[in-house]
Design a binder for this molecule. Structure first.
Ligand code: UD1
Length: 433
């Protein structure tokens, strides 16, 4: 469970044990946070299930409470009830908003429901510039006036109307915010070059259950006909495909044999293709995957918006490829600074060269333990994985990043047989500090 003192904890990892057993996936982080934001649109109580016990969820709950919503979050039961029967406040509280980038997801719902919004420009992972120009330009095309000043953005849209929006890039966050705004706008909105990640499909389907009119779900063109109000519903968050990919790669990396339950294999088509090409045995069930180690071989991978290979699995993949025979090429196309993790991996002995957004990984290179710091949510998981095959002891600092995206990361790895512990940083000896 989440520990409020967790940011001072570290992970201590000893390598060598193959992961074996079964792991059941949590609800997807990148779905749950948006489903929660959709609570703003609901004229009544929205009931969410399979809400993951990750640190970003209570922060999002705080953002929504700050807007006046009634929030009943139970992370033990993985449920969240959101009550926006009363019209929300339109000024989001800066302290919570600045802690996670996903809080930007309240922008579209607020503009839709109250025709205005003011929020601090959000925080989150330090991976690249992560602008919000596509969100704001889209809202302007729908009749909004936008100001940015003193680290805040303010949007007024008394006449919020449908528009034809062609995105420069299929941004996940921009697609979601414009979709939210369009659900209660006057007339039809078409979002072209829309992102179509499974989490966006999940959101679209829930909005339809709430009474929204959306066509083209799962395609690059979404057509939304605005309605007057959205009504309460109950919804189960889709499983976390990034968590699935992480455990799959950890199993393959450690020479293990792991069954992943509550997974949708169709959400992971390209990662499964790449794992198989890398020599990993992947058996697909209707809602499960069995991942067994094989002789790891080099593969080339390019990250792209869905259905491309997810950038959120790239650091974990780099660890896997560092142990594969031959030279792999990995190209990062979504976040320019996502390779910052490579420097940490190199300090553990990985043989990786970076040229712009391309990486050359030569393997297998024996890894040795090190102290890793300043990682983002995915790099923190990847660092833990590197520790699982390194000689000696690996220490992961700043573990609050991992808490943002992985529910019970350490207990679940322990249940699979890993030699990992979470301890207060103060318990480490001076040599580790
Ligand atoms: C979401 C996910 C994140 C994932 C990413 C890409 C959540 C909470 N986070 O982030 O885990 O890694 O999708 O799959 O769902 N960009 C702009 N201007 C914009 C919007 C985006 O330049 O207005 C750029 C960003 O700087 C980035 C790229 O587009 O380089 C991708 O961003 P986007 O798809 O919007 O990702 P997020 O929604 O931030």
């Amino acid at each position: 469970m989440l520990d409020p003192t967790s940011s001072d904890d570290v992970f201590v990892v000893h390598g060598g044990a193959p992961l074996r057993g079964t792991v059941r996936l949590s609800g997807a982080k990148n779905s749950a946070l948006k489903l929660m934001a959709a609570g703003i649109l609901c004229d009544g109580v929205l009931e969410l299930r399979e809400v993951p016990a990750i640190a970003d969820v209570p922060v999002m709950a705080d953002v929504l409470r700050g807007l006046g919503l009634g929030v009943d979050l139970d992370l033990e039961a993985n449920t969240c009830k959101l009550d926006a029967s009363e019209e929300p406040d339109w000024h989001a509280p800066a302290d919570a908003v600045s802690r996670i980038r996903a809080s930007l997801s309240v922008l579209g719902p607020l503009v839709a429901r109250t025709r205005r919004a003011r929020l601090a420009l959000p925080g989150g992972d330090r991976i690249g510039a992560r602008g919000i120009d596509l969100h704001l330009r889209g809202l302007e095309a729908m009749g909004a006036t936008v100001w940015e000043r003193d680290g805040e953005v303010e949007v007024h849209a008394d006449d919020l109307h449908g528009a034809l929006l062609t995105l420069d890039f299929p941004s996940v966050g921009a697609t979601e915010n414009l979709l939210f705004a369009a659900t209660l706008a006057d007339g039809e909105t078409v979002i072209d070059n829309a992102a179509r990640e499974p989490e966006i499909q999940d959101l679209c389907r829930m909005l339809v259950a709430m009474g929204a009119t959306i066509e083209g779900i799962g395609s690059p063109t979404l057509s939304i006909e605005g309605v007057d109000r959205l009504r309460p519903t109950r919804w189960e968050t889709c499983p976390d495909r990034i968590e699935a990919g992480t455990y799959a790669m950890a199993a393959a990396l450690t020479g293990g044999d792991v069954v992943i339950e509550r997974v949708r294999p169709t959400d992971l088509t390209l990662p499964i293709i790449k794992l198989r090409a890398a020599g990993v045995v992947v058996e697909e069930g209707a809602d499960s995957l069995r991942v067994k180690a094989g002789e790891l071989e080099a593969v080339d991978v390019v990250t792209l918006p869905y259905p491309g290979f997810p950038t959120d699995l790239q650091p974990q993949l780099m660890v896997l490829l560092s142990q594969a025979a031959g030279t792999s090429r990995c190209t990062e196309n979504v976040f320019e600074s996502r390779f910052s993790f490579v420097e940490e991996l190199r300090r553990m002995g990985a043989d990786i060269d970076i040229d712009g957004h391309h990486a050359l990984i030569r393997g297998p290179a024996p890894l040795h333990g090190a102290t890793l710091t300043g990682l983002d949510v995915r790099a923190g998981a990847a660092g833990t994985m590197a520790g699982l095959v390194a000689s000696g002891e690996t220490i992961i600092r700043d573990v609050h990043h991992v808490d943002r995206g992985y529910a019970d990361w350490i207990p679940r790895l322990q249940a699979l047989g890993a030699d990992v512990r979470r301890v207060p940083a103060a318990q480490l000896g001076a040599a580790d500090a």
